[in-house]
Design a protein around this ligand. Structure first.
Ligand code: NAD
Length: 472
């Protein structure tokens, strides 16, 4: 990032918000009330490890409580800081509003390199973090519900839920204090893959609109398109997997911390993920060319560039070199405000983070609803579904005198499982949200890019909430 031409992540998010607020003509006092985080806490706490105390530093930022609980992941990373957590919390408010998830925005971060600790130590640290959050009112099923983010996953969420339950044993909704838990601990199947699945649905929806595809200089459908993915964790890997397996795209490069691998023939996502998990990097991945300067590969030739790692990866330093006509922001904040201006001026299309990675919080919402209702989705209707479908199949077979082929019959007779309902809800959410921002971009004279449209759709809903609650 060039410090003379660019602000930090929080500055970028503020600028994006301000641009949308100007387009909507929101009164300045309301802009001021909504733009900044309502509260931020810095936590410093010691944990006794390897015979001495180590002090850890973390943050939890609550951006807006116009809807409760507030929601946002907890990130474990060595470089996390307060401005980053505040920026991510603001993004959460607008992301939730955009996809009609009735939560306010929040985010947490702990400055830690998880690899420096073994599993038992990470558990101790995570449990202590949970106590600190609880002590200060920054975790509760009805007020503030964390989730996984970079460096955390199901394992950490299970520890958080268990610690919270131990602290509040009579809270009947204790399990709903955090989402992204393992399916066996009140989590929801498909949550881990949800963000990648959501990216897949949005990219597919984009390719369903020929004019949108033509506007960025591409043509045809998704099949055969060449993609580059930066960051091959939960989000990057699942995005690549669904796009390759379900849509027939070609993964021509993966950019990771230690460098990038490239193959024109296409990389197999499962094999890359397995290699990365086993060796900790992508160097020496068989059958691919290794490039030590991984970030330079963001500018390599491809149809769709998918940054899925961290913020500030496309800046004024490399924006002019980016060749991909379409950028799908699977990570939060990968393109800076200033870089975005350069990309838009050169005719590129950016599918914004607010929309693209909203699949995770959408599934988190489903998990939270299921936790507070203490029932799995589909439990009441599955048998009825199966019976009705059996009758329909019998009717068709009796009327036509022919058996319905097994391949058509089997999915009907299986009935609707929770995973089917959740996937259908996710697809509906992502498609509707893309439709809403596309419509706004096409119909508003003041808006001509998808990010401003996404902020505008979200901001309108937040402003309406403030007005209806009598806060404005
Ligand atoms: P993760 O920790 O599972 O994976 C991140 C991957 O990026 C890792 O493989 C890591 O090695 C790689 N990486 C980190 N820094 C890099 C760099 N400078 N260059 C190249 N690779 C780098 O994290 P995740 O959950 O997949 O999250 C990735 C991004 O998606 C983050 O921006 C996060 O905020 C966002 N996001 C995640 C979710 C979710 O459900 N997990 C939801 C919404 C948004």
């Amino acid at each position: 990032m060039n410090p003379t031409t660019e602000t930090n992540f929080l500055g970028s998010v503020r600028s994006m918000f301000d641009r949308a607020a100007r387009a909507l003509d929101v009164p300045p006092d309301l802009v001021e009330a909504i733009r900044e985080c309502n509260s931020v806490i810095q936590l410093r706490f010691p944990v006794r490890l390897r015979g001495s105390y180590r002090t850890f530093c973390g943050w939890r930022a609550v951006h807006s409580e116009h809807r409760l609980p507030v929601k946002g992941g907890v990130r474990y990373a060595p470089i996390v800081d307060q401005q980053e957590v505040e920026a991510l919390a603001a993004l959460m408010t607008f992301k939730c509003a955009l996809v009609d998830v009735p939560f306010g925005g929040a985010k947490g971060g702990l400055a830690i390199r998880p690899k420096d600790y073994d599993e038992d130590e990470l558990e101790l640290i995570t449990r202590r973090l949970t106590q600190e959050l609880a002590d200060h009112g920054y975790i509760s099923p009805s007020r503030d519900v964390p989730a996984p983010d970079m460096g955390t996953g199901e394992r950490e969420m299970a520890w958080i839920a268990d610690e919270y339950r131990a602290l509040y044993p009579s809270d009947i909704d204790a399990l709903a204090c955090v989402t992204g838990k393992p399916a066996t601990q009140g989590g929801m199947r498909g949550r881990r893959q949800a963000t990648g699945r959501g990216v897949h649905y949005v990219v597919r929806e984009f390719f369903g609109h020929r004019e949108d595809v033509a506007r960025c200089g591409l043509e045809g459908g998704l099949e055969g398109k060449r993609i580059i993915v930066q960051g091959f964790g939960d989000v990057g890997f699942n995005t690549a997997r669904y796009l390759v397996e379900d849509e027939g795209v070609r993964l021509v490069a993966v950019v990771e911390r230690d460098g990038a691998i490239m193959s024109e023939a296409g990389l197999e996502p499962g094999a890359v993920a397995e290699f990365l998990g086993r060796t900790g990097g992508v160097r020496d991945f068989p059958g691919a060319r290794f490039i030590a300067d991984g970030r330079s590969v963001l500018a390599a030739d491809c149809d769709i560039l998918i940054p899925a790692a961290i913020e500030n990866q496309i800046t004024t330093d490399n924006a002019a070199r980016i060749r991909a006509p379409l950028i799908a922001e699977a990570a939060n904040g990968p393109v800076t405000f200033a870089a975005e201006q350069m990309l838009l001026e050169s005719g590129k299309t950016i599918l914004p983070d607010l929309l693209v990675n909203a699949g995770g919080v959408t599934l988190s919402y489903f998990e939270w609803v299921s936790n507070v209702s203490h029932m799995r989705f589909g439990r009441l209707s599955r048998q009825l579904d199966m019976q009705r479908n059996r009758h329909i199949v019998e009717m068709i077979e009796t009327t036509t005198g022919k058996p319905v082929p097994e391949s058509l019959k089997a999915p009907l007779l299986r009935g609707t499982e929770e995973l089917d309902l959740v996937r259908s809800g996710l697809e509906d959410t992502m498609r509707n949200a893309y439709g809403a921002i596309r419509e706004t971009m096409l119909t508003s004279d003041a808006i001509d890019d998808l990010r401003t449209a996404a902020y505008a759709v979200a901001l309108e809903k937040v402003v309406r909430s403030y007005r209806e609650m009598g806060l404005a």
